[in-house]
Design a protein around this ligand. Sequence first.
Ligand SMILES: Cc1ncc(COP(=O)(O)O)c(C=O)c1O
Length: 375
Amino acid sequence: MRIDPTLAPTPESWLAANAPDEPVFFFHPARLMQVARDFLAGFPGLVTYAVKANPAPEMIRTLHAAGISAFDVASPAEMELVRAHAPGAALHYHNPVRSAEEVAAGLRAGCVSWSVDRPAELAKLAGLPRGTEIAVRLKLPVPGAAYDFGAKFGATPEQAAALLRQVVAMGFTPSLTFHPGTQCTRPEPWARYIVEAAAVARSAGVTLHRLNVGGGFPAHRDAARPDLQGIFDTIREATQGAFDEAPLLVCEPGRALAAEALTLATRVKGVHDEAVFLNDGVYGGLAEWRDIAPMDRVRAVGRQGGALTGETLRRVVFGPTCDSIDRLPETLPLPSDLQEGDFLLFAGMGAYSRALVTGFNGYGVRKVVEIESQD
Ligand SMILES: Cc1ncc(COP(=O)(O)O)c(C=O)c1O
């Protein structure tokens, strides 16, 4: 996607001036910088960015410029992207199942940290230089996330202890990693995981180099702004309390770092009875809405750029394709005066949106416009 160099003070003013018939992402670099600085100032350890949440080059460049010096990559393509746009940054290869070719690509790219969750995958890493950090990925049945991340990856505490011993026996630097599940709004899952991570290290008889507490940090999706600092404080206190010799901490947020960077603007193609038809939907920038609870940060804007203030009606929202599953899973409260040609703006849409856009039926958000101010 190409970034439109036209700078406008707000999405509303740009929409009023340009009346785009295609959906548009507005990129807010100043907000992205601010979120990165909040993480760097508040998190008690190394902050890395999970590239998968939004791999756009300008995301990587802006985060690197803000001081993010390490990136969590899941594939050779993500390694190349980081090498191209954040030269000198450290690569953490935290996709625990890899083909032999992917292991070779990770070696060539100089990945400094690798996660594993089963012996057969650790065996594939035997050719890495001695001393390389291998982080064993732990999983626990901990509730609190928008969906369960333990269903695919992770070793039980017993398996993790055995893997840690094997990591040491192979001459690698032992660490532990976990992911409490995405959009965790409370600190408790981290506290549980940290206590268990310390128990795993103790039972393995291994001193951890680092503990990676994953992503999972919440984005601002509804009325209450999430308390990130409260989560950071819990992580610091839990680590100090659980370990005799506290490991260095690492985190790898995707969603919470990326979310504020984009606003998605969709245009109303038609309002018919109880339904609103938009020019983007679940095959485009709203792909994740099928899997996660809807968010409240939606505003209706008239074609002149003003807020619509009619009484609120709940309406079914369809996307533009001919597929009947192209609809938001829940009705949205929308002003009764919403008409064809007006816009719906979705704030906080920087994560798992742009990365998931398809071209189904010839639709999909392609246009990105940079917004210069903090509006
Ligand atoms: C290993 C790993 N780290 C970090 C993340 C980022 O998670 P989140 O976007 O919830 O912060 C993911 C997401 O899939 C992941 O798989």
